[in-house]
Design a protein around this ligand. Sequence first.
Ligand SMILES: [Zn+2]
Length: 555
Amino acid sequence: MGAGLRRIVMVAAVVGCALAVAAAPPLALPPGAQDAAARIDRPTLEAPIRVLASDLLEGRAPTHRGDEMAEVYLAGMLEFLGLKPGAAGGQWQQRFEIVGVDSHTPEGWTFEAGGKRLVLRRGEEFIAASGWQRPEAAIRDAELVFVGYGIQAPEFGWDDYKGADVSGKVLVMMNDDPDWDPALFGGTRRTYYGRWTYKYESAARRGAVGAIVIHTTPSAAYPWAVVQNSWGGEQFDLPHEREGTLAVRAWTTEDASRRLVALGGFELDALVKQARSREFRPVPLGVRTSLVIPNAISRGETGNVLGVLPGSDPALKDEVVVLSAHHDHLGVGKPDARGDTIYNGAVDNASGDAQVLAIARAFAALPHPPRRTVMFAFVSGEESNLLGSEYLATHPPVPIERLVADVNFDAGNIFGRTKDVAITGKGKSTLDDVLVAAAALQGRVVTDEPFPEHGSYYRSDQFSFARVGVPGLYFRSGVDYLGRPPGWGREVQNAWLRAHYHQPSDELTPDWNFDGLIEDAQLGFYAALAVADADRAPAWNAGDEFARLRKPAAR
Ligand SMILES: [Zn+2]
């Protein structure tokens, strides 16, 4: 949206407060909704953040003591608000096991073709982690096959595999998804098919023993250093319920990949060119490799905290609207320059927990509960690849088709009120329309996320719900702050990311401005309330990548 149009909307918002109430409101809210929303105030948000981000909770790392303290605290708050336990067996906590795998990957990885050898160096040229939760993961004399993007997407008429048997092979693939055509994989907007998680999973489903994703900074949207950091150290996962995951999940740098395919007599640029076509077929590279990774395995328990407000409509109360926020963070770790070792995670994500608790308070204050049941879900393991929400979405306390939507809160805005609201993954479902109408009540406009090519939709908990077909909404304050010059919002947000994101200094400090957190929580309340009261449940937009995963309702 251009700046001119935005200015007009602003003016409408300034004169429009009375107007929004007097004229037909864009969102029909039940009596008492505005009074209930007024319960969302600064103390309601600040108090839980003060507790959750306290040093006493030691950064809330899954399986640690601070994790369980956070769960007990959140469960206590839900009970205090008069809600009902939401987990199976009348429990507040949904506890589950997670498995830690610390891969001791060798320094060198050897590839062979026709008597020639190439040894790649760990860290500088490749990263490899075990996909197996066993003391050892091994590839033994397996053949490398280039599979292009490694994507099979029926809705886009795209299939890189063309039925090729790749069992026992190591698949080499490009990162990202085709981005040269707006009608294909959303153009430059990243789809799930562009994420490495999809690529590894899809390779495993085909019986491959390993997969190597070729890293380039544009295709990953982050530099090699990020791959190095996030794949070093212990990796957590849910216990594998089935065999058939990849033994080795790897990345190589673009330069190393170039030399790797050259070993088999291929040219990387030519392979990439072939891959940018629907006619592409897998290319055996004539290169073989072995790799043995010894693993240290650990097991521990963590949990989600679930509370519900039962719905009031006899027909619709079996359907559930979920509001989610992750309660875990990174625990105790490497000291920063001040010698602080506790990663408090005040913004990420005590702020989101506080928003969901505040929304729970507003729902509990309604004179009549909404038609559908509302669930407040504080999930664990988000920082470990969304494990808590994955567990909840794959072990839901009610059948999955009864979950009608997830509205997720992750890392709220601590810089003040904004005129704009950005939807992460805009255009996916009818939840966008609900948010647009709710934002209009606040005189705010809804925009696209600032970097759709980053694929942020797949990096927080709404994605775990989307993967099982439940429409998920993740919105955040935009960058257009009230009373601030253009560019100010982007600047302070980026400065915060550089100085505090995933660092011990992500703490509650006196300079926080709660006004944006309050307004966004009220927005989430209005949107969730509208969904809970609507005649029809939200739906994926036609042709969306997750639409075919939606299970039809039982009724
Ligand atoms: Zn985080």
